[in-house]
Design a protein around this ligand. Sequence first.
Ligand SMILES: *Cc1c(COP(=O)(O)O)cnc(C)c1O
Length: 222
Amino acid sequence: MPVNKEAYKQLTDELRLSNIILVAVSKTKPIEDILELYDLGHRDFGENYVQELVDKADKLPKDIRWHFIGHLQTNKVKSIAPFVHLIHGVDSLKLLKEINKQGEKINRVINCLLQVHIAQEETKFGLDEKELKEVVNSLSIQSLQHVKVLGLMGMASFSDDMEKVRSEFKRLKGIYDQLQTSNIKPKILSMGMSSDYKIAIEEGSNMVRIGSLLFGERNYAK
Ligand SMILES: *Cc1c(COP(=O)(O)O)cnc(C)c1O
């Protein structure tokens, strides 16, 4: 399936006006597809498997800003630490400390988002509100100088019930607003995918992660 350049143009026009960052989610897609958007000037791409990201980053231009949007295991941090632009899915203090440790080794400050569990489904990763507070509070006592927590990330339920999706995004925006008086003062609110980004933007997202709308449906079987 070809890259949908028409959708890309519409989307970037729509987002530019409100300064919303588009992360083009290229997981499972070939490097040729990524290069098509790269040639249109796009630089922010998202992947959710470490090995796939490492392989692609190796083959593609070095000015791409790679976003890691998947669930990151502590033993894999090392492979992406040297080049990753933003890690969206930090869901424990343990992981944050490991990112800090790897950053320290290579003298690099690594940008992170804390992932908050907002969906009602059990399957999604992320911190609940209590855990989030614990991580934020302990950040003020720990000196983690090689990580920078820039904001929050969340995924709504996979649901046709758009009011449910909306209320989940609303909750995350509420938490984001509350944290403005904390020590982390988040600047990035990463929420919204192909099916729900419009709602996410209405609810205050400033970074959307969009895959299938741009690259077509994914085929995990191949
Ligand atoms: C795959 C993925 C996306 C993009 O999903 P689409 O529905 O294809 O837009 C966004 N965020 C995360 C965390 C993902 O894993």
